[in-house]
Design a protein around this ligand. Structure first.
Ligand SMILES: Nc1ncnc2c1ncn2[C@@H]1O[C@H](COP(=O)(O)OP(=O)(O)OP(=O)(O)O)[C@@H](O)[C@H]1O
Ligand SMILES: [Mg+2]
Length: 256
């Protein structure tokens, strides 16, 4: 594969990840376009979350993990070869924001869930923090629900509200690449719809890579679908290839 093109924001080549002796990502190579929504589908345990974590070096937090191969990311101000260049890991994780499969608010107030990272990571002054908090909570359609409860514990929110809070916390740090691990898994139909609409808006500014178990969701939001099997990407589908009813289902039936 050649050096990533200008429209590509993630370029992985011969990427392998193992935990202790077990290889979970196997020689994976892929290019992911910028300002698009790429949805990753595949059976439970094929390595979807591990692949997402390899894009901001989060697997390194797991003892016994080992990563080989290349991941290059294009940011506004240049390309970083994340396993070779000396790029600060905190900055990498800010620019490549991740929202996890299960929401995990910090066990403190709703407001502090947003203000603490803004203070610690970006060192923003208080007046700017308040603005960013309101903006991020508005984007995820949570502001009206929590604006009078910012001092209440984040864990008092419902699962779906916690998921939106965690998304707001990541967006408040203004990442360039957004990794979403089943972002609507704990949401009801209406809340899922809101998040899907939101993602379609956000792709104007962000490169979004989202894991989903829902074919309907992939069809509604994806520009590209990556199909994973046994730690590799075995198919890349453009939107036009899976809009016709049946195509994606047939493909997944083959894979599953
Ligand atoms: N922290 C870890 N330590 C050891 N093995 C792990 C760890 N995290 C994941 N694995 C293993 O890596 C493999 C891939 O897991 P991963 O969580 O990436 O799958 P997934 O495709 O996201 O699955 P799901 O759809 O169920 O979320 C699994 O066999 C899993 O047991
Ligand atoms: Mg997973």
């Amino acid at each position: 594969m050649a050096f990533p093109s200008t429209s590509c924001s993630v370029f992985a080549q011969n990427l392998s990840v193992s935990f202790s002796a077990r290889q979970v990502i196997n020689n994976l190579s892929v290019e992911i376009s910028s300002r698009n929504i790429t949805v990753i589908v595949g059976r439970s345990g094929v390595g979807k979350s591990t692949f997402l974590r390899s894009l901001n070096r989060l697997n390194e937090e797991i003892s016994g993990s080992r990563t080989e191969g290349t991941v290059k990311l294009s940011f506004k101000d240049g390309t970083v070869d994340i396993y070779r260049d000396r790029f600060p890991i905190e900055e990498l994780r800010r620019r490549v924001g991740m929202v996890f499969q299960t929401p995990h608010p910090i066990p403190t107030s709703i407001g502090k869930n947003l203000s603490l990272p803004l203070k610690l990571v970006l060192n923003l002054p208080s007046r700017k923090i308040d603005d960013r908090i309101e903006k991020a909570l508005t984007i995820v359609h949570l502001w009206s629900e929590v604006k009078n409860r910012l001092k209440e514990p984040a864990l008092s929110l419902s699962g779906g509200q916690q998921q939106r809070l965690c998304l707001a916390r990541t967006l408040a740090l203004e990442p360039e690449i957004l990794l979403l691990d089943e972002p609507t898994a704990s949401l009801d139909f209406k809340a899922s719809e809101k998040i899907e609409d939101l993602l379609s808006e956000l792709k104007r500014d962000y490169t979004i890579i989202s894991v989903s178990h829902s074919i309907g969701q992939a069809r509604r939001i994806a520009d590209n679908v990556l199909v994973m099997k046994e730690g590799s990407i075995i198919k890349v589908l453009a939107a036009s290839q899976f809009q016709e009813k049946g195509t994606l289902e047939d493909l997944l039936n083959e894979v599953f």
